[in-house]
Ligand binder design. Structure first.
Ligand SMILES: [Fe+2]
Length: 288
């Protein structure tokens, strides 16, 4: 089985054409999109998914954090998109939404969902040239002192140098309206992943596990010279996703996106791929 995996299109419709026009994508069995194709505009998400309609193989989708963004005042608006609007848009466009339910194709099982983050990939010790950071309430903290409440706030003040205060924030702060904390949402997505794996584990020969967020430390890109980048590491994913996958021998392939840093990795006996990129990028993955 050949999978073509794409992630983080971020409304760039030229990637659709790249896929439909590419000769190397002609003998693909499964098209897998790992999220962040939109900015939370559901009709546009459906339109982008629909533009793959010429592809006759199986089409799978996993939601990204940008896909649930909302400008609404409703504190649960993103959760409504996640649980209701996006699965319907996928169905309308001929995609199976893995966030909703797993799928077995041939004898290969597919499970997946958005994942989320619990700050377990946070930087524990910042670069020595920028040792001090200021949380939103202007309390000076060292990297190792930044706590879960600071990360839940997702807004940081910090000193680029001694006279240059800067701010950085993670976009989910303004637009991901989940009605619960990051850790609570992760608990929900982990529980769903576990029940979906259990549902197909007996029937599938092997399982491909997919999350938008990153499941393993080794896949998290690090740039110690950039404070903003280092702060964002906390929002890349969670070690607990990988720990869940490691409990299942049949999960032999793991695919994620989100960081815009593609790569292939061997982790705990599993073939792992980050298929997100700043540029147009389609990863072909063969499953035996
Ligand atoms: Fe993302």
């Amino acid at each position: 089985m050949r999978i073509a995996a794409i992630s983080d299109i971020h409304r760039n419709k030229s990637l659709v054409k790249l896929f439909t026009d590419s000769p190397k994508c002609q003998d693909v069995d499964v098209l897998l999109i790992c999220g962040d194709i939109s900015n939370g505009n559901i009709p546009e998400l459906e339109e982008i998914l629909s533009s793959f309609s010429d592809f006759n193989g199986e089409k799978l989708f996993v939601t990204g954090n940008h896909d649930i963004w909302s400008n609404s005042e409703d504190a649960n608006a993103s959760m409504v998109k996640y649980e209701h609007d996006i699965p319907i848009a996928c169905e309308n466009a001929g995609f199976h939404c893995l966030d909703n339910s797993p799928k077995i194709i041939g004898d290969i099982g597919f499970v997946g969902n958005i994942g989320w983050y619990d700050y377990s990939f946070k930087v524990l010790c910042g670069s020595t040239s920028q040792p001090l950071h200021f949380s939103e309430n202007r309390i000076v903290r060292r990297w190792e002192e930044l706590n879960d409440d600071d990360y839940q706030q997702k807004m940081f003040l910090f000193m680029k140098d001694k006279s240059d205060p800067s701010t950085t924030f993670w976009g989910d702060k303004l637009y991901a309206k989940l009605g619960c904390s990051d850790k609570e949402f992760l608990e929900r997505t982990l529980a769903k992943l576990k029940s979906d794996i259990e549902q197909i584990n007996r029937y599938a020969k092997s399982i491909v596990a997919v999350t938008h967020h990153i499941p393993y430390e080794a896949i998290v890109p690090r740039r110690d010279d950039d404070v903003s980048y280092s702060l964002c590491n906390a929002y890349m994913g969670s070690k607990r996703i990988g720990e869940l996958f490691d409990k299942y021998e049949k999960i032999r392939t793991v695919i994620c996106g989100h960081s815009h840093t593609p790569g292939s990795f061997q982790i705990n006996g599993k073939n792992c791929f980050n298929v997100s990129s700043e540029n147009s990028y389609i990863k072909l993955i063969d499953i035996k």
